[in-house]
Ligand binder design. Structure first.
Ligand code: SF4
Length: 604
């Protein structure tokens, strides 16, 4: 099959070995690329190891659309066994490194082992070097990127970690291009555990395509269609921040550690407030939707914002000034911390302080206290020692009833949507393959526009439909879903793009099977690696079941545990998993995983 370089580059940091391997035709057909490849590789190569040990691996994986002149195709998936959750972890990142990896002749890079001293990897086509990184170890992501570009030229792709990753903070991310981030479940910490500061990639070859001319033509048409969409201009003004006020009005804004659903100072943080402070826009390569909104922050420096980080570092910690949110976001990017988990961790500490479970006071909305805690997290000292492993572990440390309001699923902090009155979105968080994240099934807008409060089978089916498309197809092609989601760019384009890129399109049926195969494979990884799998791991935190919304139009609403359980059982049934959420043998067989996966049947 064309449209792939067909090569995996494998680098072992323990002994310096570099090898190149073929990607089989079967793997391309069954797993497509990106997340599909990463899940298959991790299943086969990472078993029973501590995520921060030499035995874990980081997989940088592109798809057949990556780097082609097609809308929003400058992405790759970074995956590993997660040190935050103990299960499968991944995240996509927009980066020139993705584009260059394919130009250099590789679809996938696997990094394994551990270097004795700080190092970075430099890939220039065939030449692969492991170089000394002692002079950039300890530097913030922005400065380290500057130094690497000064050395290797500006026309390279750089993936880099900050001090948080070096110190193995469990929610450390990988950064690129001074604002793009990926790998929420601690992919930066895994790089840090390998003493790997960065990967620098330059490729001078051609990105493979089955029909180059057709790709060019359809890409041009696609970019044009996106620009002509009715809401394109508004998107360019506000990006994902267009959803902020809608969340507030619908009581799904994360507020006071997901307690309240709406924030009385929302107007000071919403998309229009953003427009007043905006000085620029940034984004991923090959994208004409550039959603990184750059503002002047309270320190008069540039900070890049989107809805998720404003939600979590704004109302969730009662920060009522967007320029202050910008400061926290810039610091998180500089240290290489995930902004969603950071907002949840700060909210958790503030609530713990309010409930007198901490020796140190940290008040809601206190900018200086937050700045200090961010530094402490990155350096694992002070309050950072309590929270650097995320809210799940922190709740074990602070005690009391904090387990009930530690806002995570499977150890990954919940992203920026309150679900007191959104059972479908709660199910999406509960069943996301990396822990609570919205990227696989952002069902909330559909849910609120339909019968919001129901626990219907239709909702369960919708969650699965979205997971197949977003979590299966988009994460594996590997391209950004936002043109489709946000400006209604036609879904019908993508099978045609795949056909032009690799000589084979994809049918509706094949999309479903692909998504289901990847989901069952990742689920099997969780069960094998977590040691004590149980159905409760697919539930959101108690707060949404036990504590009703205290204010607003939906005052008094909360989730119903029994009815959520019924939805979950329906979900398992459709997926072909047993009553504990474990894939059945016949399901694995039917998905073509029979000769790949053996799932432990025992569960705790
Ligand atoms: S829409 Fe945003 S996240 Fe998606 S590719 Fe463009 S800049 Fe990146």
């Amino acid at each position: 099959m064309k449209g792939y370089t067909g090569k995996i580059l494998r680098i072992n940091l323990s002994d310096g070995r570099v090898s190149k391997e073929e990607i089989s035709e079967e793997m391309r057909k069954k797993f497509l690329g990106g997340r599909g490849f990463a899940a298959k590789i991790l299943w086969e190569e990472v078993s029973g190891v501590d995520p921060l040990s030499e035995g874990n691996k980081v997989v940088f994986s592109t798809g057949p659309l990556t780097g082609l002149p097609l809308p929003s195709s400058g992405k790759m998936v970074i995956a590993s066994k997660s040190p935050l959750t103990g299960g499968y972890g991944d995240g996509n990142i927009g980066s020139m490194a993705a584009v260059h990896l394919r130009r250099a002749g590789y679809d996938v890079l696997i990094v394994e082992g551990r270097s004795e001293a700080p190092c970075y990897i430099a890939i220039h086509d065939e030449r692969v070097e492991i170089l000394d990184a002692r002079d950039i170890w300890g530097k913030m992501t922005f400065e380290a990127q500057d130094d690497l570009e000064a050395k290797h030229g500006r026309n390279v792709g750089v993936l880099v970690i900050g001090p948080a990753g070096e110190n193995m903070v469990r929610f450390a991310t990988v950064m690129s291009q001074r604002g793009r981030a990926g790998g929420r479940p601690g992919m930066g910490a895994v790089m840090g555990s390998k003493n790997l500061k960065a990967v620098v990639i330059k490729g001078t070859g051609k990105t493979p395509a089955f029909d180059e001319k057709r790709v060019q033509e359809m890409g041009k048409e696609g970019y044009g269609e996106i620009k002509g969409k009715d809401n394109y201009d508004f998107w360019i003004r506000q990006g994902t921040m267009q959803v902020f006020e809608w969340c507030n009005e619908n009581s799904c804004l994360p507020t006071y550690n997901f307690r309240e659903g709406a924030f009385r100072f929302s107007k000071q943080l919403d998309g229009y407030a953003l427009e007043k402070l905006k000085v620029d826009r940034k984004g991923c390569p090959l994208c004409n939707m550039q959603c990184g909104m750059v503002i002047k922050d309270a320190d008069k420096r540039n900070a890049e914002l989107d809805y998720e980080n404003v939600g979590m570092l704004g109302p969730n910690i009662a920060m009522d000034d967007l320029s202050k949110v910008g400061v926290l976001n810039r610091m998180a990017d500089a240290y290489g911390l995930d902004t969603i988990s950071l907002g949840s961790c700060l909210g958790f500490l503030m609530e713990a302080s309010e409930r007198e479970l901490l020796d140190t006071r940290i008040e809601w909305g206190d900018l200086n206290a937050c700045k200090k805690v961010i530094e402490d997290i990155a350096k694992k000292r002070g309050l950072g020692e309590i929270i650097f492993e995320g809210v799940r572990k922190a709740s074990e440390r602070v005690g009391g009833d904090s387990r009930d309001w530690a806002m995570h699923v499977k150890g990954l902090e919940i992203s920026a949507y309150d679900c007191h009155a959104c059972p479908g979105m709660a199910l999406s968080y509960g069943t996301s393959p990396i822990g609570a994240h919205h990227k696989d099934a952002w069902v909330i807008s559909w849910e609120i526009s339909m019968d919001r409060f129901s626990y219907s089978k239709e909702k369960v089916e919708k969650v699965i439909e979205l997971q197949r498309l977003r979590g299966g197809l988009f994460e594996s092609m590997t391209t950004c879903r936002l043109p489709w989601i946000e400006v209604n760019f036609g879904l019908h384009w993508y099978p045609k793009y795949l056909e032009a890129a690799r000589g084979e399109g994809i049918t509706q049926e094949e999309i479903s099977v692909l998504g289901d195969r990847i989901y069952s494979l990742i689920r099997s990884f969780w069960i094998r690696e977590s040691g004590s799998w149980n159905r409760e791991m697919d539930y959101p935190p108690s707060r949404w079941f036990e504590e009703p919304l205290p204010q607003g139009d939906l005052k008094g609403y909360k989730l119903d545990r029994a009815r959520y359980g019924e939805m979950l059982s329906q979900y398992y049934e459709i997926r072909g998993w047993d009553e504990n959420g474990i894939p059945k043998e016949q399901t694995l067989e039917g998905l073509g995983l029979g000769n790949i996966v053996r799932v432990p049947r025992k569960n705790g």
